[in-house]
Write a protein that binds this ligand. Structure first.
Ligand SMILES: Cc1ncc(COP(=O)(O)O)c(C=O)c1O
Length: 344
């Protein structure tokens, strides 16, 4: 490990496992645009079954899964209730309004969580003068919320508010398996409450690409059409789906190791001069405020990089560190040692 960079930038940095490479080589393939790729078909069914939904659709990215969800549930000019820190709003290039044509009705996020009362208060009454509220947008685990888990009880309360007002619900579950492993709540319990759920294979589950969206037959037929319109319909996508099947079979339980390593990392970070951990570390993310080091986050991240540790910058004085399959407990300890030295 002596010279190797320890990459805590994101769980998106993970590389395929040997079993994935093998599965890619052996996967039966076909033209997925005609639904003739047996491996994609198998993955879509497996994903839907695991989530207790009728159908699934394989898409190239989490972002496309989100767009397929939004554009299947809402029309141009509609409004979605979404928190001000949602990934879809912050990091998906404004596609919510520029591509889906849906306006955000912002609600605040409190320590990674939504408040059902605030969601209820944000639903506009039916009125021809007002935008039409259509969708409640959820994210679990919540990325900018610190990798925080929305517990199933709160999830149910939020979805009940949506139902009271006739809203559809989309769950951006890019890391829903992390939420499930952290709490012991089956993903199907979360899925049961929502119309569409997306999750990613290309983050902690180690695949090179791909996400799925699951829902009813009707909504997934709609999503299939949206995927095509967005240019996301692939051909022999079974090479990617083969990795995703391996991920579902082999990579989920081990997310618990990432969570344990994140907790270990948080403990060590908290001992570094001027560094304060600012999130509840429930899954694989650690956020820290570094203002008291006397160095801005960007400059400190550059120093860390020079010392062999990659982190991401989330604000002028904040950084994020994410554990994943390539980060062992020993790598966490070594990263802390390097960061201590870099801070000086
Ligand atoms: C919560 C969340 N949703 C969606 C995405 C988008 O995934 P992708 O980068 O595959 O488009 C990400 C990516 O990090 C994410 O963290």
């Amino acid at each position: 490990m002596a010279d190797e960079t320890i990459n805590l930038y994101s769980d998106t940095q993970t590389l395929p496992t040997e079993a994935m490479y093998e599965a890619m080589r052996l996967a039966p393939l076909g033209d997925d645009q005609q639904q003739l790729d047996p491996t994609v078909n198998r993955l879509e069914k497996m994903s839907a079954d695991r989530c207790g939904k009728a159908a699934g659709l394989f898409v190239p990215s989490g972002m496309m899964g989100n767009l397929c969800g939004m554009m299947s549930l809402a029309a141009h000019g509609d409004e979605a209730i979404i928190d001000a820190d949602a990934h879809f709003w912050w990091y998906e290039a404004g596609s919510m309004f520029s591509v889906a044509g849906v306006a955000p009705r912002m609600v605040p996020l409190h320590d990674g969580l939504l408040d059902p009362a605030e969601v209820r208060a944000s639903v506009r009454p039916p009125d021809a003068h007002l935008p039409r509220p259509r969708v409640l947008w959820l994210e679990n685990t919540h990325n900018r919320g610190g990798g925080c888990v929305t517990p199933i009880s709160l999830h149910r309360e939020l979805c009940a508010v949506a139902r009271e007002h006739g809203l559809k619900v989309h769950l951006d579950g890019a890391r829903i398996w992390n939420a499930s492993v952290a709490t012991g709540t089956p993903v199907r319990d979360y899925a049961a409450e929502v119309d569409t759920l997306t999750f990613c294979f290309s983050k902690g589950l180690s695949c090179p690409a791909g996400s799925v969206i699951v829902g009813s037959e009707e909504v997934i037929a709609q999503a299939r059409r949206v995927r095509k319109r967005l240019g996301g319909a692939m051909r022999q996508a079974g090479v990617l789906a083969a990795c995703a099947i391996v991920a579902l079979e082999q990579q989920i339980e081990r997310l618990a190791d990432d969570h344990a390593n994140a907790a270990r990392l948080a403990g060590l970070l908290g001992e570094l001069r001027g560094v304060k951990v600012i999130n509840r570390v429930q899954t694989n993310m650690v956020f820290a405020d570094v203002a008291d080091t006397g160095v801005g986050a960007r400059d400190l991240a550059a120093r860390f990089k020079a010392a062999g540790v990659m982190v991401s910058v989330t604000g002028p004085t904040t950084i994020r560190l994410v554990t994943h399959r390539h980060i062992t407990a020993a790598a966490v300890d070594e990263a802390a040692r390097r960061m201590r030295k870099a801070i000086g």
